[in-house]
Ligand binder design. Structure first.
Ligand code: GAF
Length: 396
């Protein structure tokens, strides 16, 4: 019996809307967002990450419709879109592309999918960097898998979601978000090798500390183009290294010594990005050991070091995130903090002493308001089970 931590209210709302709107019963699933303890911008470099699924996500009601159309309804936008199943191009409504993209990719794989209805709603704040898009892609993939008995496993569905993000949202993301959302486990994080997709679950025991997210409530407009540019810079770095070290297929195979030896070949920007990725991969393996051994202070300092690399070398932070992490560093009751996800806004992840939590949240809100005139939000998240069907009884 799985204990449910996620919003029962949203489950009821999507089912009720579905009945009202499409006049029939439906299946139901939950697809979570994710946090990432450490390992940022390493996934598309075939490196290592340590994410986990959370108890915030997308709640989704679904059924076949025996029409040649996809009827989708977003509770959050209070908007419906009906698209022919023959449609292949991305549409102007961004949220619909995550669903449409997954459908089109499955159909292109010659899998037998046809018309369906879907109502979804979420409790992941938009733009918070907790991967609502990956959660929605997985929701679509798992719903179609169930409806049309596709027999695809969670890893394959995560890959389909990633492909949809590339082709229908234009972000050349790695696999971390879809993978964590699909394969999360209660009270565990995943240590994932993004090259082989081998992974292990690590119990998330933080002792007298807990994870608190601070949502900067900013999302700078360049986030997506800068993301793709960082990926291109890393690829350029690999090409340069390959001239001297043919065994280097990705930055995962590179070392700081290799970079040092050939540094005259690199622009300072490429050199910084590559060395950040190499160092971050090393931090993931140290963090894994620290978490397993309960060395929480060590884990915390790795988080701070990760942020410094992301801010100074990889340059994907912003004033708001730097402010929050700098402030965290002042508090002895916060043992680690860093920006999380793609960057340029979204949340920081903090390891905060439970007993000091209330005061810290209050102080942070006050300081952030004074500096940026923005109401900082804080979230406590539980590590949760990945995307799963809650009710498959009535989806015909
Ligand atoms: C975003 C991407 F979607 C992930 O694949 C990952 O690269 C992350 O940014 C940075 O670590 O969330």
């Amino acid at each position: 019996m799985i204990e449910m931590h996620y919003s029962k209210k949203l489950n009821e709302e999507v089912q009720q809307k579905f009945k009202e709107h499409y006049g029939k019963d439906c299946g139901l699933l939950f697809s979570p967002g994710r946090i990432n303890i450490i390992g940022e911008h390493t996934d598309y470099n075939s490196g290592f990450v340590m994410p986990g699924a959370i108890d915030k996500g997308i709640h989704c009601a679904f059924a076949k419709n025996n029409l040649n159309s996809i009827r989708m309804y977003s509770l959050d936008f209070d908007q419906e879109l009906i698209i022919s199943t023959d449609h292949t191009e991305p549409v102007a409504t961004q949220w619909a592309n995550y669903i449409l993209g997954v459908f089109a990719i499955l159909r292109d794989k010659k899998l037998k999918v046809s018309g369906f209805d879907m109502v979804f709603g979420g409790d992941i704040p938009i733009g918070s960097g907790l991967s609502s898009s990956a959660a929605l892609e997985n929701a679509a993939g798992f719903a179609l898998n169930q409806l049309f008995d596709l027999q695809l496993n969670s890893v394959t569905l995560a890959k389909v979601g990633q492909q949809a993000e590339h082709e229908y949202a234009g972000v050349r993301c790695g696999i971390m978000d879809q993978f964590a959302s699909a394969l999360g486990k209660e009270d565990h994080v995943l240590q994932l090798d993004c090259q082989s997709l081998e992974f292990e679950y690590i119990p998330a025991h933080f002792g007298e500390y807990e994870i608190i997210l601070f949502n900067s409530k900013v999302k700078h407009s360049l986030a997506e183009s800068e993301y793709n540019m960082r990926r291109a810079t890393c690829e350029e770095g690999v090409q340069l290294l390959q001239k001297f070290f043919p065994q280097v297929k990705s930055l995962r195979d590179a070392t700081l010594e290799m970079l040092e030896q050939e540094k005259h070949e690199f622009s300072s920007e490429t050199l910084n990005c590559c060395s950040y990725v190499i160092e971050e991969n090393e931090r993931v393996s140290q963090a894994s050991e620290a978490l397993r051994k309960g060395q929480l202070q060590k884990l915390g300092s790795l988080l701070f070091a990760s942020h410094q690399g992301l801010s100074e070398k990889y340059r994907v932070s912003c004033d708001e995130l730097d402010f929050l992490v700098d402030l965290a560093a002042v508090y002895p009751t916060i043992i680690g903090a860093r920006m999380m996800g793609g960057g340029f806004g979204g949340c920081t992840i903090n390891l905060v002493k439970k007993a000091a939590k209330e005061n810290i949240i209050h102080d942070f809100q006050k300081a952030y308001r004074a500096k940026f005139q923005i109401e900082l939000e804080s979230y406590e998240v539980r590590l949760s089970k990945g995307t799963h069907i809650i009710n498959s009884q009535n989806y015909e």
